[in-house]
Design a protein around this ligand. Structure first.
Ligand SMILES: O=P(O)(O)OC[C@H]1O[C@H](OP(=O)(O)OP(=O)(O)O)[C@H](O)[C@@H]1O
Ligand SMILES: O=c1cc[nH]c(=O)[nH]1
Ligand SMILES: [Mg+2]
Length: 206
């Protein structure tokens, strides 16, 4: 299912990121802050379990998170969302998938993967700011499924309808969370209006 997180703070910060005059430092800071705001929304339905604890006053039964959470940024651009989400869920484990999209064919090319144990028992959150053709996210979801993951969420900043359709068709079991659903892809596979190349803007490589 597709969830577009319609929140004024997220939208305001995303607008700063979209502006072509926004420089690396502010681009990164806004992405980091949006990561935290999105984390709050995407964790609303996390399962909890009852635990008995002692407060300084008395014993009581309360709740804590039931399952481990594994964040899976798709390198490079996905790294820009890790810090903001980790700040909110400090016990999160972080896997890494290295993947780049061929500029001509738009096909994804994985070059690295590293996971924690127990992917099959964890809630797995694949993160990448951009969901364009959907090729990279679909390949990353294939990779985490091969590790046994079965409770998977995809968290992106900006999505194109084309990419959303691909994920819905190939991975109907995966919930998709976006800060914005944009209009379309251009002839080079960039999201319109989008924000340009997220990785280059985060790391200052262009
Ligand atoms: O939906 P798709 O059509 O697959 O495109 C989206 C992918 O493209 C970008 O990565 P890129 O290849 O630019 O790598 P980078 O993060 O290292 O810049 C982006 O961060 C996604 O991973
Ligand atoms: O618009 C786009 C599409 C793919 N990757 C990006 O970084 N931006
Ligand atoms: Mg890039």
């Amino acid at each position: 299912m597709l969830h577009v997180l319609d929140h004024p703070l997220i939208t305001h910060k995303l607008t700063q990121m979209r502006k072509k005059e926004t420089k690396t430092k502010d681009f990164r800071q806004n992405l980091d802050e949006i990561g935290g705001l999105m984390a709050y929304e995407i964790t609303r339905d996390l399962p909890t379990k009852e635990v008995r604890i002692e407060t300084p006053v008395c014993g009581c039964v309360t709740k804590e998170l039931e399952k481990d959470i594994v964040l899976v940024p798709i390198l490079r651009a996905g790294l820009g969302m890790v810090n903001g989400i980790c700040n909110l869920i400090p016990t999160v484990k972080v896997a890494h998938i290295g993947m780049y999209r061929d500029e001509e064919t738009l096909q994804p090319h994985p070059y690295f993967e590293k996971y924690p144990k127990d992917m099959d028992r964890s809630i797995v959150m694949v993160v990448d700011p951009m969901l364009a053709t959907g090729g990279s996210a679909a390949a990353a979801i294939d990779m985490v499924k091969k590790q046994g993951a079965c409770d998977i969420r995809l968290i992106c900043l900006v999505g194109a309808p084309e990419g959303v359709k691909v994920i819905e068709e190939l991975h109907p079991d995966v919930d998709i969370y976006l800060a914005a659903l944009d209009d379309h892809l251009n002839e080079k596979g960039y999201i319109v209006p989008g924000l340009g190349d997220a990785g280059d803007r985060i790391f200052g490589t262009k």
